[in-house]
Design a binder for this molecule. Sequence first.
Ligand SMILES: *Cc1c(COP(=O)(O)O)cnc(C)c1O
Length: 389
Amino acid sequence: MTKALETDRGRRLATRAVHGGIVADPLAGAVMPPIYQTSTYVQAGLGRHRGYEYARTHNPTREALERSVAGLEGGRHGFAFASGLAAADATMKLLSAGDHVVCGENVYGGTHRQMTHIWARLGLAFTFVDGGDLDAVRSAVQPQTRMIFAETPTNPMMRLCDLEATAEIARAAGARLVVDNTFATPCFQRPLELGADVVLHSTTKYLNGHSDMVGGMLVTSDDDLATRLAFLQNSSGGVPGPFDCWLALRGVKTLPLRMRAHDANGRRIAEWLTRHPRARQVYYPGLPSHPQHDLACRQMSGFGGMISVELGDEAYARLVVERTKVFALAESLGGVESLIGHPASMTHASVPPDLRRKMGLTNSLIRLSVGIEDPEDLIEDLDQALSGN
Ligand SMILES: *Cc1c(COP(=O)(O)O)cnc(C)c1O
């Protein structure tokens, strides 16, 4: 662990978001870490350098982001990747052919596609279960199980996985627990504190928060895992460029502020939707009607801005997502601007239809990523989009 991370430890989240991982700039005292747009570094003599030889291996801007996010998750080591899926790819490379993974069936569609189309072909075995059903997770464990991969809340069904109990199952099995914390962010949920070994982020989403870059992160407190992840990051080479790291670092500084606004708007709109006659079902962990609301209150300190709504009719659902004016019809989530989408044909099109049906992801489900605009405008927009046929 670096000295900057040691200093951060005693500080609270909003302070860490602003100052975490930032070290004094020796040249000019720049408050914001400079964008080190360089591929290589001059060496004073053979074998004599300042710890920087080549930018795939080390880059100061990337390291500032890695320290910042590691600190927010309460971890000792952070690793930045070119995308969330490149981060997922690195976790799979901790395993070897013949190893088995228990994975939540409702994980991000791209994660599921990578596992089933790439890693299964290369010799890893997967069992997909409802991560919210601890008995199902427990009975899926085999002697070869080396990893449990969880995402909570899930996209788009907003199902929760009990992280403390799942970490217990992983420990008993001698397996690692990897948690995709993209939806909750360290503002509302810190998996490492609940027993997870590795936390994964698509920094593309809330961490950066401004829909202007693609990136991923892994955080761990395990020194041995960190050594292996550093090796994989450098050897597979899926690293982000310094400009994208700088954008994400700038985004992270306002994460607590933004998450408070996403959460307030999310709660307000979810509650409003439960009273709307056209919304058959509203999926949001902050609603008392959510089947895992108690777990949500125990495990999370906020619920964020992701809401899914069952509209009961596919043609109507398609019309609604095309009728909003403030909510933009787009893939992705977690930015300051509100987005609306149709998971079955957009984000989750790569998930096989029978699996989609099994998890309740119908063709008439829509998903909202509630931004930080004025909630009155968002509600008016949804109201006009939901009216008519
Ligand atoms: C977007 C997303 C990913 C993949 O991240 P990319 O940055 O798009 O590669 C993984 N998990 C979750 C929950 C996501 O929303």
